[in-house]
Write a protein that binds this ligand. Structure first.
Ligand code: NAD
Length: 481
């Protein structure tokens, strides 16, 4: 086992590093705003060392048979499961979500790792019939090369794992910049891969000043692929930087999920299901449904049920087993959310509950429901990334699709109806990378995950999640004559 040198979060670059004289960043508990850890900042020398190791680690790791890599990833999945409770506690301590949600996240991380362990063994090529005799033509896949990845704070484990397991399964090395707000669970996750036997240099973990890290890693000739999960503005900035250096990207950015509920379904049942789903992780979820369009007569019952669920939610520290919704992960979003609500109300929306922070200790924001929200209100256009639900009435189907598609985002979309024709049209008409109809079926290890429009490009789950780290090479061969 590769022992950590400290119980504080730290960098992993060829080994766990002592903080030494590096700058330090405080890490907060969002339930109390207390500083609970100090995180070392990677220096330029650290990043150069990580790049050097990634170049060498790529050669070592890609040379291992796919089966050997698969066995190591399986072992990592097993360690994630064995260490679930420790890792989940670290998520809750720094990110704030209720402990049972953290436990589910770690289990999902193990599932994703196992999926990629399997899928990495199925990176097939194909033989292409040649035009001339005695000629052998093959299109085969190779790992794209060392990856620079940037993972976010909302799901510290499962989002990091999508990038780590995907790139390692393909035979790539990876330098991952973890989220500075929630570093400890990422350290523990990386530790599972290291303890499972991932080759030195194939995986490095850095933290620090994000712009400094991305502007050093992305242009480096060592790096051959960029993967980012986070906000649209940062994603566009990194994609532009990668384009200057001709590096392919996977960009998993924000969303502003529309949910279309037709009047042929039970509105009370639909509202209960959506409200439970909506406030998971205090809605700091890129696929969270936020703009609810409810048809005619179903609207009032849907709204009443949703509001009473939101009002009854128990908000508190994630470590309390009775808590249903924790604090926001960072205080950065509190003012932004309050402003969004106030502007919507000024524009004519009706506020049914919430709309403001709760107390003055911890980053608590009350579960919020607004109705009759004008389509032009900022909250209908900008992703809240917080516990705000917007409920509006619609009358006919064409109106529903038009309003659902009227943002620059296109990540997840939802529709509930008994009508098979409408259900099929929902799949076709909603502009989103993922559409889930009459259930919540997104983000499993084996299904593609990603967006269209400003929500980004590339996919992280399913077999597409492996392809993101592969290139196709065509080789044609004829015996020498
Ligand atoms: P932000 O835009 O400051 O940062 C978003 C993420 O990008 C963070 O993880 C941050 O560390 C990273 N980042 C910022 N600048 C960077 C740079 N120059 N190079 C590399 N990485 C950089 O916003 P925030 O307050 O941290 O998060 C809120 C916003 O982020 C929301 O609008 C939400 O849409 C988005 N977000 C999306 C997801 C997702 O799953 N798609 C996850 C987390 C955050």
């Amino acid at each position: 086992m590769d022992q950590r040198v400290t119980d504080q979060p730290t960098l992993y670059i060829g080994g766990w590093l002592e903080p030494g004289n590096r700058d330090m960043l405080p890490v907060e508990n969002p339930a109390t705003n207390e500083t609970i850890a100090q995180l070392p900042v990677a220096s330029i020398a650290d990043l150069d060392r990580a790049l050097e190791l990634a170049a060498a680690g790529f050669e070592t790791w890609r040379a291992q048979p796919a089966m050997a890599r698969s066995n190591i990833l399986r072992k990592a999945a097993q360690l994630l499961r064995e260490r679930r409770d420790i890792i989940a506690a670290a998520i809750t301590r720094e990110q704030g979500k209720p402990l049972r949600e953290s436990e589910t996240e770690v289990s999902n991380g193990a599932d994703i790792t196992e999926w990629f362990a399997e899928e990495g063994r199925r990176a097939y090529g194909r033989i292409i019939p040649a035009r001339q005799p005695d000629t052998f033509q093959v299109a085969h896949v190779e790992p794209v090369g060392p990856v620079a990845a940037f993972s976010p704070w909302n799901f510290p484990v499962s989002q990091a794992v999508r990038k780590i397991a995907g790139s390692l399964a393909a035979g790539c090395s990876i330098i991952i910049k973890g989220p500075e707000d929630t570093p400890s669970a990422v350290c523990e996750t990386v530790r599972c891969f290291v303890d499972a036997g991932v080759a030195v240099g194939a995986l490095s973990l850095v933290f620090g000043r994000p712009p400094e890290i991305s502007s050093h890693l992305i242009p480096s000739p060592v790096i051959r692929k960029v993967s980012f999960t986070g906000s649209v503005p940062v994603g566009k900035h990194l994609a532009a930087m990668a384009a200057q250096h001709m590096k392919p990207c996977t960009m998993e950015l924000g969303g502003h999920g529309p949910a279309v509920i037709f009047d042929d379904v039970d509105p009370v049942k639909a509202a209960s299901a959506f409200a439970t789903f909506k406030y998971r992780n205090a809605s700091q979820v890129c696929i969270s449904p936020t703009r609810f369009f409810v048809q005619g007569a179903a609207h009032d019952a849907f709204l009443d049920t949703f509001v009473s669920y939101a009002k009854g939610l128990k908000v508190g520290p994630g470590s309390d087993p009775t808590t249903q919704m924790g604090p926001l992960a960072t205080s950065r979003r509190l003012d932004f959310l309050e402003n969004l609500v106030q502007e919507a109300v000024a524009a004519g929306a009706k506020l049914h509950c919430g709309g403001a922070r709760m107390g003055n200790r911890g980053n608590y924001f009350a579960p919020t429901v607004l109705s009759n929200v004008p389509d032009e209100a900022r909250v209908m256009q900008e992703e809240p990334f917080g516990p705000i639900a917007l409920v509006n009435r619609f009358s006919d189907e064409e109106e529903a699709w038009r309003r659902a598609n009227a943002t620059s985002y296109g990540l997840a979309a939802y529709a509930w109806t008994k009508d098979a024709g409408r259900a099929a049209r929902a799949g076709a008409k909603l502009e989103a990378g993922m559409v889930t109809i009459n259930h919540f079926g997104l983000a499993t290890a084996e299904t593609p995950f990603g967006g269209v429009k400003d929500s980004g490009y590339g996919r992280e789950g399913g077999s597409e999640g492996l392809e993101a780290y592969l290139i196709t090479k065509f080789v044609t061969l004829r015996p020498y004559q």
